[in-house]
Design a protein around this ligand. Structure first.
Ligand SMILES: Cc1cc2nc3c(=O)[nH]c(=O)nc-3n(C[C@H](O)[C@H](O)[C@H](O)COP(=O)(O)OP(=O)(O)OC[C@H]3O[C@@H](n4cnc5c(N)ncnc54)[C@H](O)[C@@H]3O)c2cc1C
Ligand code: FES
Length: 259
């Protein structure tokens, strides 16, 4: 059930000049609501004079042992820049949990590939952690412009094999995730992806061609986050749907992306 909660910032790790990792917990020690990989929260940026609407941010990780919610923030505009400045002790109002979640295969022998591009790596960490807990051996393929924007590699390595691509060849293979050699070396049965739309469309078309089951997490621009403003519409095989309530996770069979 959706809740509006005041959470406290317990840590803000400035990962580099573009990214911050916020760790939040409850103010009174209450257990955080259950949240699943792929779901997101809407953050109220109270102290930004130009940010009137809440901003959608993926659940990056839930550390149950510390009762912490992690949010990976990429500084884009006024809202995310303000969020990246939050200090330990600041109180933030969130609406959560929102949206649907990724699905797990039935067979734990399935070969899974989790592909993240840019800040789209954020939901892949929690998904990988959950899949590992369920007995799967996830593989991660993470892409960025250069090595300094490849984030949380140590965290990903706790849950599976990590492969990387960078456009400037500063880490892993040079180029885009869809060119990585692991795609030819392993017979993946399931792909999960989040990142820039052109990247996800290329992944979706690859998966379709190879008949690999594929789920994508869309990052359409959102305002309300719960199906009221209609600004997040995606045209799918069943007509226009709100990504915030019907998604953000869709099987590629539901989308009109295959060319
Ligand atoms: C389901 C979902 C999950 C997300 N998860 C994360 C996350 O984990 N971490 C994170 O940093 N960001 C995430 N985003 C993107 C984030 O919500 C936007 O970057 C943020 O709303 C921009 O707000 P702003 O005030 O900083 O910039 P604004 O001033 O609102 O916008 C600055 C520029 O960014 C563009 N922009 C705004 N929203 C988006 C968007 N959704 N996608 C692409 N471009 C956009 C605008 O068109 C504008 O050009 C997610 C978005 C969605 C829908
Ligand atoms: S964000 Fe308002 S309907 Fe989806």
């Amino acid at each position: 059930m959706k809740k509006m909660l005041d959470l406290i910032i317990v840590n803000n790790d400035q990962l580099n000049q573009n990214y911050s990792l916020l760790k939040l917990s409850t103010t009174d020690g209450a257990i955080l609501p259950e949240m699943y990989p792929g779901q997101f929260v809407e953050v109220h940026v109270a102290d930004s004079p130009t940010t009137f609407l809440r901003r959608p941010i993926s659940v990056n990780f839930i550390d149950k042992s510390k009762n912490e919610l992690w949010l990976l923030i990429q500084k884009i505009g006024d809202g995310t820049k303000r969020m990246a400045e939050y200090q330990k002790g600041d109180i933030v109002n969130l609406l959560l949990p929102l949206g649907n979640s990724f699905t797990s295969p039935e067979n734990t022998n399935s070969e899974l590939l989790l592909i993240g591009g840019g800040v789209g790596t954020a939901p892949m960490l929690y998904l990988g952690a959950q899949l590992k807990q369920q007995g799967f051996k996830p593989n991660f393929l993470l892409g960025a412009r250069s090595s300094e924007d490849l984030l949380q590699l140590d965290e990903f390595a706790k849950y599976g094999e990590v492969y990387t691509t960078t456009e400037d060849a500063s880490h892993g293979e040079k180029g885009y995730v869809t060119n990585h050699s692991v795609l030819e070396k392993k017979n993946f049965t399931h792909i999960y992806t989040c990142g820039p739309k052109p990247m996800m469309m290329a992944v979706a078309n690859y998966a379709h061609k190879k008949q690999i089951n594929c789920e994508v997490s869309l990052e359409n621009t959102m305002a309300c986050g719960f199906g009221v403003c209609l600004c997040c519409i995606e045209n799918t095989q069943r007509g226009n749907v709100c990504v915030c309530t019907e998604g953000p996770v869709f099987n590629i069979k539901e989308l009109k992306w295959i060319s």
